[in-house]
Design a protein around this ligand. Structure first.
Ligand SMILES: Cc1cc2nc3c(=O)[nH]c(=O)nc-3n(C[C@H](O)[C@H](O)[C@H](O)COP(=O)(O)O)c2cc1C
Length: 173
């Protein structure tokens, strides 16, 4: 089995991170991986915002917590976020951003960095308190977020949900 295939098969969502920072060079490569994702009609109406500032991550999590009426929310306390945003009018925005995120997850895995898709921001990204924080991160007002990558080195003590085989594959020859 080749390395790419191994990376794909061994990636799992990681929900507990150590406090070790992810080096800037790695974050830059993850953004590069996102930029190289396929894009419907090659429109690439996306922007990728990489956040490694602890206070900024906490501020975003807190805004999401308040907007979604939760008691506790910390996005699993990652050390970095990669946030694809996309023009709300873009016809392929959700698909493009999902492709970009999967590139990020796989590239992260190849560097030993754990990742998980965070969905909550999509539901509240137009709430004023959340939008204000997004504005502070220079995410354009005409952009929405469908999902983001929480990133960090996996806590070796934390259990990882094993792969669940489901769905059907059928070969017609
Ligand atoms: C569209 C989408 C939304 C997701 N949202 C979340 C989320 O908000 N929080 C979370 O912990 N995992 C989230 N996940 C991760 C899935 O729970 C995970 O991929 C699934 O359980 C399979 O596990 P694996 O990634 O380890 O293979 C999301 C995945 C996708 C594709």
């Amino acid at each position: 089995m080749n390395e790419t295939m191994k990376t794909i098969l061994e990636r799992r969502s990681i929900r507990k991170f150590t406090s070790q920072p992810v080096p800037d060079e790695v974050l830059r490569d993850l953004a590069e991986a996102a930029m190289h994702a396929p894009s419907g009609k090659n429109l690439k109406t996306w922007k990728f915002t990489v956040v490694s500032n602890r206070e900024a991550i906490q501020k975003l999590a807190e805004a999401i917590r308040v907007a979604s009426g939760r008691e506790h929310y910390d996005m699993y306390a990652p050390v970095a976020l990669l946030i694809p945003s996309n023009d709300r009018e873009s016809v392929y925005g959700p698909e493009d951003d999902a492709c970009a995120l999967q590139n990020v997850f796989l590239a992260a895995k190849s560097y030993g960095v754990g990742s998980v898709w965070i969905n909550q921001l999509r539901h509240v990204c137009d709430e004023p308190g959340v939008r204000a924080v997004m504005r502070g991160l220079h995410i354009p007002d005409n952009h929405v977020v469908y999902g983001l990558a929480a990133l960090g080195y996996p806590d070796p003590a934390a259990p990882v949900t094993p792969y669940r085989a489901a769905g059907e594959v059928e070969f017609i020859r």
